[in-house]
Design a protein around this ligand. Structure first.
Ligand code: SF4
Length: 347
């Protein structure tokens, strides 16, 4: 692979439209754009020399003006449960994380969309580091194409560092690359975008793509959510769910709700009722998530197994599809809310 330090613009991360522009500017035939896309996204080559159906002269021209733009992770940490956390260099001494999660025949990669995050959720390690810049489409798709398990991946979830809808343009480009026939040609059902609920961007995402949506709710009680997630002061979760209720999530795509459980904070039956009230319909799934303590947030503790089970059973008994998500990669700080990368600290 190339060194990530080169300053030439990368082609990996470009949509077919953008590649058409590239070949036009270099005075190459239009079909070369599709060939480049096939070599990078389908045949997964990392150098221009490997693009054998492109003429030598055109390969040299490409090499003088661009780089393929793929780079391996710089570090890997392996959990005893098979989860692997990868660190990717994103320049200026910063790095972001992607997490590979094998689960029988599912091979999921959880990817990052920003260097840090500006949503400032109280319980999240990434949020506590502040915002240090957007990832480009190249830096996002590179995570998918460059982990050692790239060929085995069955699913991608935008649940790593950052709020994907705070970087909508790049995330839409990456979704195109993942799902269009000239890209990886995956079904959109293999892609999930998780969000705290930036309503205008969420509406755009729902209308422009068919990917699954996961909304981080964590409590349906306004004051509590405001204390945990500043976004609630701008977009109320009830309004976010009302907006989503206008779209069809009954067949081809899934709407799910993420709910981290904190003992005595959001795990009473009253909380289950408040959550039930905001769900658009019986197709919305609820994922209950154990809280993984970070030192900065010692006052929040995960709910006990008994309380989580009672919460789940109560929702199930009222027709809500609710499951407790199995925790993965906790021993390598790869579980939900624990990703830190190397982006610095607010403190
Ligand atoms: S939970 Fe998500 S949106 Fe909130 S601070 Fe962490 S990364 Fe950002």
């Amino acid at each position: 692979m190339e060194t990530p330090k080169t300053t030439l613009p990368p082609l990996a991360g470009m949509t077919l439209e953008e590649l058409y522009q590239v070949v036009k500017e270099l005075d190459m035939p239009r079909f070369v754009a599709k060939q480049i896309a096939q070599w990078i996204y389908q045949k997964r080559v990392t150098t221009f020399g490997q693009m054998l159906n492109i003429s030598k002269a055109n390969r040299e021209l490409l090499e003088q003006n661009y780089r393929v733009g793929l780079s391996h992770p710089t570090e890997a940490q392996r959990s005893e449960d098979g989860t692997v956390k990868y660190l990717f260099d994103v320049g200026e001494g910063k790095a972001v994380e992607a997490v590979y999660i094998p689960d029988e025949d599912r091979h999921t990669l959880c990817i990052s969309s920003q260097k840090g995050c500006r949503m400032n959720c109280y319980f999240c390690m990434t949020g506590r580091q502040g915002f240090h810049g957007q990832l480009t489409a190249n830096q996002i798709i590179n995570q998918v194409l460059s982990v050692p398990q790239a060929e085995q991946l069955t699913n991608v979830v935008f649940m790593g560092m950052g709020e994907p809808l705070d970087n909508l343009e790049a995330v839409l480009s990456v979704i195109s690359i993942l799902t269009e026939p000239w890209g990886l040609a995956w079904s959109p059902k293999r892609v999930t975008v998780s969000t705290v609920g930036k309503t205008p961007e969420l509406k755009t995402l729902v209308e422009k793509t068919s990917v699954h949506i996961a909304v981080s709710v964590h409590t349906a009680v306004t004051e509590e959510r405001q204390s945990l997630m500043p976004i609630e002061r701008i977009y109320h979760i009830r309004d976010v769910m009302n907006m989503l209720a206008k779209y069809d999530f009954s067949h081809q795509r899934r709407l799910s709700v993420e709910y981290i459980m904190w003992q005595w904070f959001n795990d009473n039956i009253e909380h289950a009722d408040a959550l039930r009230e905001i769900l658009p319909d019986e197709h919305t799934r609820v994922n209950l998530i154990r809280y993984h303590m970070i030192p900065e947030v010692a006052k929040l503790r995960t709910s006990s197994d008994e309380r989580m089970t009672a919460f789940r059973d109560y929702l199930n008994s009222r027709g809500v599809i609710c499951t407790i998500r199995r925790s993965r990669g906790e021993d390598i700080s790869a579980a939900c809310g624990m990703l830190a990368g190397k982006v610095g600290s607010k403190k």
